[in-house]
Ligand binder design. Structure first.
Ligand code: ZN
Length: 185
């Protein structure tokens, strides 16, 4: 696997059933640095979703995964993966492979030492407690009039951040509601 020797990079592959089929060694080193107690033997052949915490984060990941499988187009989204004393701003690329497999490449974009608690509470991500998702087109509400695909919504709303717990509610966007009204009428 090219690039796995570099610091601040890790990648892993999953098959069509979301089972982890390969990981690079740096993933394990990264996991250690971030206080995860992961062992290679435990990761390989395990479901990816065993390693994703939080229902909504799992859900967002499954939306992204399904979208890459459907479109066969690579997606890149930002996320946070902090260690005890550092904020780590990461980017995750999901790349389509043969037979509905996927490759995840995660890069560290930047890392900053955490300030005290007070400062970290003033973090700049837009604070939104409830996020609306359209059940028809799977887009997310980013403003009162704007609904966006998952990758853009993750960026715009600062999802996958570590501080704010966000809840997803299901609804219907303007476009789909008009389409459905038209179809029924
Ligand atoms: Zn919609």
């Amino acid at each position: 696997m090219n690039g796995c020797q570099e610091n601040n990079f890790y990648q892993y592959d999953i098959n069509k059933d979301n089972i982890i089929t390969s990981i690079c060694q740096d993933f394990l080193r990264f996991a250690e640095q971030n206080d995860y107690l992961l062992k290679e033997a435990r990761i390989l052949n395990s479901p990816l979703f065993d390693f994703i915490e939080g229902d909504d984060t799992r859900y967002m990941n499954s939306v992204l995964i399904n979208r890459v499988r459907e479109t066969k187009i690579q997606l890149t989204v930002p996320f946070r993966c902090d260690s005890q004393d550092h904020r780590r701003y990461m980017e995750m690329s999901i790349i389509p492979l043969e037979d509905d497999g996927l490759r995840f490449k995660n890069f560290l974009v930047k890392s900053e030492k955490k300030q005290d608690i007070v400062l970290s509470n003033l973090d700049t991500h837009k604070s939104i407690d409830v996020i609306s998702m359209c059940s028809w087109c799977n887009r997310f509400k980013v403003t009162n009039t704007q609904w966006e695909e998952a990758d853009i919504a993750v960026r715009e709303l600062g999802l996958f951040g570590d501080n704010d717990r966000k809840r997803i509610t299901h609804g219907i966007c303007q476009t789909c509601s008009e389409l459905i009204m038209t179809a029924e009428g």
